[in-house]
Design a protein around this ligand. Structure first.
Ligand code: CU
Length: 114
């Protein structure tokens, strides 16, 4: 509970800034497929499923989620017409993302934190 309260407080403060990366999942691609973000501010990953299939957004960037207990999820399953989000620390790097669902191997892209 303390962790949740701390998160809400830190996100509503005037000093806090974050950048939102919005990725749309369709059947069968992610848009955009390449995203550049700054390492200066936390990244809010927002994945919106506009397809008819269930998708599962997966990337190593999710290892840097903030405030996760006991540990961060390694992927974000998202049902049709749903959206999911995660707040991650902006550790510089090139992060591939892809759909972990069987048969969806063509769905992939890159997030570059610089
Ligand atoms: Cu998929």
């Amino acid at each position: 509970m303390a962790v949740v309260l701390f998160l809400i407080a830190s996100m509503s403060g005037c000093e806090s800034r974050e950048q939102t990366v919005r990725i749309v999942a369709e059947d069968f691609r992610f848009t955009p497929s390449e995203v550049h973000v700054s390492s200066a501010y936390p990244i809010r990953l927002l994945v919106v499923n506009e397809g008819r299939e269930r998708h599962e957004f997966k990337t190593a960037l999710l290892a840097h989620q903030t405030g996760m207990s006991p540990g961060p999820s390694s992927s974000l399953p998202v049902a049709p017409n749903q959206k999911v989000e995660a707040l991650v620390r902006p550790i510089p790097g090139v992060y591939l993302f892809y759909c972990a669902r069987r048969g969806h191997a063509g769905m992939s892209g890159t997030i570059i934190v610089e």
